[in-house]
Design a binder for this molecule. Structure first.
Ligand SMILES: *[C@@H]1O[C@H](CO)[C@@H](O)[C@H](O)[C@H]1NC(C)=O
Ligand SMILES: *[C@@H]1O[C@H](CO)[C@@H](O)[C@H](O)[C@H]1NC(C)=O
Ligand SMILES: *[C@@H]1O[C@H](CO)[C@@H](O)[C@H](O)[C@H]1NC(C)=O
Ligand SMILES: *[C@@H]1O[C@H](CO)[C@@H](O)[C@H](O)[C@H]1NC(C)=O
Ligand SMILES: *[C@@H]1O[C@H](CO)[C@@H](O)[C@H](O)[C@H]1NC(C)=O
Ligand SMILES: *[C@@H]1O[C@H](CO)[C@@H](O)[C@H](O)[C@H]1NC(C)=O
Ligand SMILES: *[C@@H]1O[C@H](CO)[C@@H](O)[C@H](O)[C@H]1NC(C)=O
Ligand SMILES: *[C@@H]1O[C@H](CO)[C@@H](O)[C@H](O)[C@H]1NC(C)=O
Length: 398
C-alpha cells in the first residue's frame, strides 16, 4: 500500500510541473485588428490566433480534439486559479502618447482585456501536441493619441534549442485613430494566418507560405521582424532565413549553419499594409499599420508527414463566392508508408463553419493509400468580406 501512496504523490507533482512557466507553453501567434464603431465610440477589436503546448494553453488541461469550437472561459479560470496568476497567459499593454504628453505612457491593460475576452478553440493536434485558440478583445480607441502600440507578451516560449530556454514571447502592433481619406474610417490592419507549428527537413531549401489579406484592399507586405518587434524571434532570427514581400519564407536548414535533428526555433514575421496608389509614386512609404505573425519550427532528418497531391488546388488559391451559395472543393492526400491518412481538419480564421464531408479511399495513379474529402461552406450574408480557410491532414503516425 505504501508503494501506491508514493506513486500518487509523484503523479500530483507531474501535473503541477506540467503547467508552470519554466516549462514553456507558447508556440506562436498572429494578431490583427479592425476598428469597430460601437455604442461607446470607436473601439479597436483585436483578433489573436495563438498556439500553445497541448494542455498548457487556454484550452485547459484536458484539451483534446473534442474541445474544437468550445469556449475557453471555464478552462482559463481553472488555470488562473491553479497558478494564482492572472498574467499566466500573457500581459497586455498599450503604449500611447497623446498630444498633451511629453513622453509616451505604457499602461497594463491585462485586467480589462481578460474581463471582456471571447475565446474559443480553433484546432488541436493530439499527435503533434499543440492547441490553437482564437481570442477576440475590444479596447476603446484613444481619440487624441496619434497612435496606440498594443503589445502581448509573457513567459515563456516552449524551449527553443536554436534560441534558448524560457524565452519571453512578445508580439506588438500599431493602430492609428486617424480617418482614412478613402473609407472615412480608421485603418484596419492586414490579416495573416499560419499554422502554429511546422516540421521541416534538414539539409533542404524549405519554403513556408503565409496567407495574408487586407480588409481595406491595401497592399500587404511581409518582412522579417526586426529589433524587439518579435522578441527572441527577431533578436535571434534563424540562421539564413529570408522572407519575400509576398510572404514566402525560405529556410536553408544546413547542418553547417547550426541546424540539427530535433532543433526547435521561433520565426517572427511582420506584415504591413501600404497604400496601393501610393506604391507607384516611389520613395519610402509609411505603412498604415504593422502586425506580427510568429510560429515554431522543428527540424528533423526524417519526416513522414502526409502531403496534398494533385488535383487538390494549390495553397493560397483564391476563390470568389457569393453569400448563400455553397463553396466546395475536393482535397486529396497521400501518406508516407506505412502510415495511413487519419483525418482532414478545416481551419477557418474566424470559425467559418467549413465542413469536411465524403471522407473516403480513392485511387490516384502513381500514389498509394490516397484519401479524399470535400470541404464545403455556405457563407451567410453576414460573412461577406475576406476569409482565409485552410485544410490540414494528419496520418495515423501524426
Ligand atoms: C480533467 O479530467 C480529469 C480526469 O478525467 C477530471 O477529474 C477533471 O475535472 C477535468 N478537468 C477539467 C477542467 O475538465
Ligand atoms: C506582467 O505584468 C506584471 C504586472 O505588471 C509584471 O509583474 C510581470 O513581470 C509581467 N510579466 C511579463 C512576462 O512581462
Ligand atoms: C460612428 O457612429 C456614429 C453614430 O452612428 C457616427 O455619428 C460617426 O460618424 C461614426 N464614426 C465613424 C468614424 O464612422
Ligand atoms: C548563409 O548566408 C551567408 C551570408 O549571406 C552566405 O554567405 C551563405 O552562403 C549562406 N549559407 C547558406 C548555406 O545558404
Ligand atoms: C531526430 O529527432 C527526433 C525528435 O527529437 C527523434 O525522434 C529521432 O529519433 C531523431 N533521429 C535520429 C536519427 O537521431
Ligand atoms: C493613397 O495615395 C494616394 C496617392 O499618393 C493619395 O491621394 C491617397 O489619399 C492615399 N490614400 C490614403 C488612404 O491615404
Ligand atoms: C524515415 O522514416 C520512415 C518511416 O518511419 C522509415 O521507413 C525510413 O527508413 C526513414 N528514413 C530514414 C532515412 O531514416
Ligand atoms: C481505406 O482503405 C484501407 C486499406 O485498404 C482500409 O484499411 C481503411 O479502413 C479504408 N478507410 C476508409 C475510411 O474507408
Amino acid at each position: 500500500m505504501g508503494g501506491i501512496k508514493a506513486l500518487l504523490t509523484i503523479l500530483c507533482c507531474l501535473a503541477q510541473v506540467m503547467i508552470t512557466h519554466q516549462n514553456g507553453q507558447f508556440i506562436g501567434a498572429s494578431m490583427s485588428f479592425t476598428i469597430i464603431n460601437g455604442t461607446n465610440g470607436l473601439e479597436v477589436q483585436l483578433d489573436v490566433i495563438s498556439g500553445w503546448v497541448l494542455g498548457k494553453g487556454p484550452c485547459g488541461i484536458n484539451c483534446s480534439r473534442a474541445s474544437i469550437n468550445s469556449n475557453t472561459e471555464a478552462a482559463r479560470k481553472e488555470v488562473f486559479q491553479k497558478q494564482g496568476d492572472s498574467h499566466f497567459f500573457g500581459n497586455w499593454t498599450v503604449e500611447i502618447k497623446t498630444n498633451g504628453m511629453k513622453t509616451s505612457q505604457v499602461m497594463d491593460i491585462t485586467q480589462d482585456v481578460c474581463s471582456n475576452i471571447h475565446e474559443s478553440v480553433v484546432d488541436v493536434s493530439e499527435k503533434a501536441r499543440w492547441e490553437q485558440v482564437w481570442t477576440v478583445v475590444r479596447y476603446p480607441m484613444i481619440k487624441d493619441a496619434p497612435y496606440m502600440d498594443i503589445a502581448f507578451e509573457g513567459l515563456s516560449w516552449r524551449p527553443l534549442s536554436l534560441q534558448g530556454e524560457n524565452a519571453l514571447w512578445h508580439l506588438q502592433m500599431k493602430a492609428k485613430p486617424q480617418l482614412r481619406s478613402d473609407t472615412g474610417k480608421p485603418n484596419n490592419s492586414p490579416q495573416a494566418f499560419s499554422k502554429p507549428f511546422y516540421r521541416l527537413l534538414l539539409d533542404k531549401e524549405n519554403y513556408i507560405r503565409i496567407a495574408t489579406i487586407d480588409p481595406d484592399g491595401d497592399h500587404a507586405a511581409c518582412s522579417l521582424a526586426e529589433y524587439i518587434e518579435a522578441g527572441i524571434a527577431s533578436r535571434h532570427p534563424l540562421p539564413n532565413i529570408t522572407v519575400t514581400e509576398d510572404c514566402i519564407i525560405t529556410i536553408p536548414s544546413k547542418r553547417s549553419l547550426g541546424y540539427h535533428n530535433g532543433s526547435m526555433g521561433a520565426v517572427g514575421i511582420s506584415v504591413r499594409d501600404y497604400n496601393v496608389s501610393g506604391l507607384t509614386s516611389g520613395g519610402r512609404l509609411e505603412p498604415f499599420s504593422t502586425i506580427g505573425v510568429q510560429f515554431l519550427i522543428q527540424f528533423l532528418d526524417n519526416i513522414s508527414e502526409p502531403s496534398f497531391i494533385f488535383p487538390t488546388p494549390e495553397g493560397n488559391h483564391k476563390f470568389n463566392i457569393y453569400s448563400g451559395t455553397t463553396w466546395k472543393i475536393d482535397v486529396y492526400a497521400e501518406p508516407i508508408s506505412p502510415a495511413l491518412i487519419d483525418h482532414f481538419s478545416c481551419l477557418g480564421r474566424q470559425h467559418e463553419d467549413v465542413k469536411i464531408i465524403n471522407f473516403k479511399n480513392t485511387t490516384v495513379p502513381n500514389h498509394a493509400n490516397v484519401m479524399m474529402a470535400t470541404m464545403t461552406w455556405t457563407p451567410l450574408h453576414s460573412d461577406v468580406g475576406n476569409h482565409i480557410v485552410c485544410v490540414g491532414v494528419e496520418d495515423s503516425l501524426g
